[in-house]
Design a protein around this ligand. Structure first.
Ligand code: ZN
Length: 171
């Protein structure tokens, strides 16, 4: 999101030189630059000890496809905290093992930076939040059948590929 008016005081922003960033919208009364902003979202591949992956169906997303667990970050949260919170909220699981970063991915349609993660939980029945229509354990090799087709914008697929590389490296 690009700013034209100062979100704090409402005056029209001027263009000021901000070092290597060039001209950036600036509020003279607040003495503050307003760099363009975007949303941050986490997307996490949750696996179990039998190499199965949680795929979830969001009612608003698609009839046909499932996806990984994802959600918008809250102000003041780290990406790791947001990921643990989403797993707890959406699957009812609070013990996550070996949660680690799996790269960032830009989703242009909503100007969102997706923070990818991979984490492990023990195989168990999943207690769904109302946000999800279903969540199922899917064997790792079958996952592409359920995801949106691979594309440069598809973070879920990118994290899945990352997961494949990781398990290949271990075996
Ligand atoms: Zn201002």
């Amino acid at each position: 999101m690009k700013y034209t008016f100062c979100p704090t005081c409402g005056t029209k922003l001027t263009q000021h030189l901000a070092g290597d960033d060039g001209l950036v919208p600036f509020s003279p009364s607040c003495d503050r630059f307003w760099f363009p902003t975007f949303s941050d979202c986490i997307i996490v591949l949750v696996a179990n000890e039998e190499n199965e992956i949680v795929l979830a169906k969001m009612p608003y997303l698609s009839e046909k496809y499932s996806s990984l667990i994802s959600g918008y970050m809250q102000v003041g949260e780290t990406a790791e905290q947001a990921t643990s919170r989403e797993i707890k909220e959406e699957l009812g699981v609070s013990k996550v093992h070996n949660l680690h970063y799996a790269g960032t991915y830009w989703f242009n349609k909503t100007e969102t930076l997706m923070h990818g993660f991979i984490g492990y939980i023990k195989k168990q029945d999943l207690i769904l939040s109302t946000e999800l229509e279903s969540a199922k354990w899917i064997p790792v090799a079958d996952v592409p059948k359920y995801l949106f087709p691979e594309s440069p914008d598809n973070a879920a697929f990118a994290v899945y590929r990352r997961f494949l590389e990781e398990i290949k490296a271990v075996h």
